[in-house]
Design a protein around this ligand. Structure first.
Ligand code: FAD
Length: 303
């Protein structure tokens, strides 16, 4: 209740105030802000994935502007020799309005990534997007198997079945790169697990399947106990260090992040930046008011 109230109030507070705690999780407004952070992380042997913040599509010109921004970011990242990939949300490119337009637009971003030897991850959004995002991924992967990745959310009851479908078209020479996360959106109980232990059990079942099928898992969680259970599975399957990676969000659990890096595992940090940071922060808060708790915690606890 208190979370919901705070989430409702936040959009009415001054941007400067919101920035005080958002800056812990968002690199800044422009590429140079992201560049500083990515370079710093890279010097610590930490990889990154850069995300440009935006809203769902309002018109095609907006999507074209975002495409331009992604391509410029890819080119500048290449100039600076960054150890990074890129993450994007298909609804910013019209996924729910015009699938073909969305596919063609993202395809141009992927083509730019191919030219500079980078990878683009299709983020997974709420459940109305799942089928469309999987279809989009399948099309892009068919053309550029080394340069696109997808996300699977363990709170969805369908996820293991989706992985079985993905495995059928995964190319053994370039196995599908799958970010496995719990999922951030609020979904109804008929399609999504609600209890933490059920979500975690499904997470481990999905990871087990990915490892057995020799696909590439990017294990995206800050849950310490779950990470230890994932590491047990990795050692059970004798998976080599370059056949998996961990991922975390920028600003979240940096001590745990460093401990994993010091144990010799690959780690990639999700670094969001963009002018739309305020809308993004407040929209995410409305989507999932539980984040308020973490943000408030982050405001008081300095790691
Ligand atoms: C790299 C990356 C990419 C992601 N991509 C997607 C995606 O494409 N689609 C999607 O639906 N979800 C995505 N997520 C979000 C994910 O699904 C979870 O909602 C989020 O990571 C929180 O779950 P958790 O696994 O960390 O476990 P939790 O049990 O939620 O958290 C474990 C602990 O981590 C800390 N923590 C977690 N989140 C935060 C936070 N925001 N601020 C402060 N502390 C925090 C807390 O201490 C908490 O107790 C992504 C997450 C990561 C790390």
């Amino acid at each position: 209740m208190i979370n919901k109230l705070i989430a409702w109030i936040i959009p009415f507070l001054p941007e400067k105030f919101i920035w005080l705690f958002s800056k812990k999780y968002i690199a800044g407004k422009n590429f140079h802000d992201a560049l500083k952070i990515v370079k710093l992380l890279n010097t610590k042997r930490i990889l990154t994935t850069i995300d440009i913040l935006g809203e769902s599509l309002h018109n095609k010109q907006q999507a074209k502007n975002f495409k331009k921004k992604y391509i410029q970011t890819i080119e500048k990242s290449s100039e600076h020799g960054l150890l990074t990939t890129f993450s994007l949300k298909p609804t910013m490119f019209g996924l729910l309005n015009d699938f073909e337009f969305c596919y063609q637009t993202i395809r141009q971003i992927v083509a730019s990534a191919v030219r500079h030897n980078f990878m683009i991850r299709i983020d997974m959004e709420d459940s109305q997007c799942t089928d469309l995002e999987l279809a989009l991924f399948k099309k892009l992967y068919g053309e550029y198997p080394c340069n696109v990745g997808i996300v699977i959310q363990s709170y969805l009851k369908r996820s293991l079945s989706d992985l079985k479908t993905i495995q059928q078209f995964s190319n053994p020479k370039h196995p599908v790169n799958i970010r496995l996360c719990k999922g951030i959106y609020i979904e109804p109980p008929d399609i999504a697990y609600k209890k933490k232990d059920e979500i975690n059990t499904n997470f481990l079942q999905c990871l087990d399947f990915i490892l057995v099928q020799n696909m590439f898992p990017a294990i995206a969680t800050h849950d310490k106990k779950l990470i230890r259970d994932c590491l047990s599975l990795i050692s059970k399957h004798k998976t080599k260090k370059n056949h998996y990676e961990f991922q975390m969000l920028y600003g979240v659990t940096p001590r745990l992040r460093d401990a994993i890096v010091n144990e010799g595992h690959f780690m990639r940090i999700y670094v969001p930046y963009g002018e739309k940071w305020f809308n993004y922060s407040t929209r995410r808060l409305k989507e999932n008011p539980h984040i308020v708790y973490d943000i408030i915690l982050g405001f008081f606890v300095r790691n």
